[in-house]
Write a protein that binds this ligand. Structure first.
Ligand code: URA
Length: 222
């Protein structure tokens, strides 16, 4: 297991600013005594920060507007169209945060599970926007552990014509093992993460982590 202090982040990984706000939110969602209601509320706040940061990595063009004062404002506008793609089930928890920032955004879904025989990640279901090849994709999964599901999901996006450098992967907590495997395979994809943890335990859970994100968010852990 790598130590998070010694771990040098690859340049593809863009961490959220380690503000006291973020640290406080992370402290709440990581605590095992946090109620489900609080887990959802505070995880949603981090998701919102991730989405806003993810949007910062989209291409922009100059755009000037006339203000009511009669003086022009030299601003910018997003150049391309986007969509979200959530990796089921936990990634679905990030969909509302994306909709809160991008009204009526199209959202696809991908279900990947471990094949019982081969133990490798296997695609079970994918439903994506028809025109996904012409969109920038925000790939949503709260936990980047081994990277197995995320890499399979990216294969699906590439097979559907999405250029690798049009994908931005958002997660709340990432493990060095998953980051390394992911960036080695897909070096053109940016990862926007909340925090990077120490590593994985023997069950491939991120430590310290927050436990099973999907179960805590959707209330299926007891
Ligand atoms: N998925 C989770 O929900 N938690 C982990 O620690 C790893 C993967």
């Amino acid at each position: 297991m790598s130590s998070s202090n010694a771990y040098e982040l690859p340049p593809q990984v863009k961490l959220l600013q380690p503000t006291s706000q973020l640290k406080g939110l992370m402290t709440i969602i990581r605590s095992k005594t946090t109620s489900r209601g609080d887990f959802i509320f505070y995880a949603d706040r981090i998701i919102r920060l991730l989405v806003e940061e993810g949007l910062n990595h989209l291409p922009v063009i100059d755009k000037a507007v006339d203000t009511p004062t009669g003086v022009q404002y030299n601003g910018l506008a997003f150049e391309g169209r986007i969509c979200g793609v959530s990796i089921m089930r936990a990634g679905e928890a990030m969909e509302q945060g994306l909709r809160d920032c991008c009204r009526s955004v199209r959202i696809g879904k991908i279900l990947i599970q471990r094949d019982e025989e081969t133990h490798l990640p296997k695609l079970f279901y994918a439903k994506l926007p028809n025109d996904i090849a012409s969109r920038y994709c925000l790939l949503l999964d709260p936990m980047l552990a081994t990277g197995g599901s995320a890499m399979k999901a990216v294969e699906v996006l590439l097979d559907n014509g999405v250029p690798e450098d049009h994908i931005i992967f958002l997660n709340l907590i990432a493990a060095p093992e998953g980051i390394n495997a992911f960036v080695q395979r897909f070096p053109k994809i940016k990862i926007v993460a909340g925090e990077v943890d120490a590593g994985l335990d023997e069950n491939k859970y991120i430590v310290p982590g927050c436990g099973d994100f999907g179960c805590r968010y959707f209330g299926t852990d007891d």
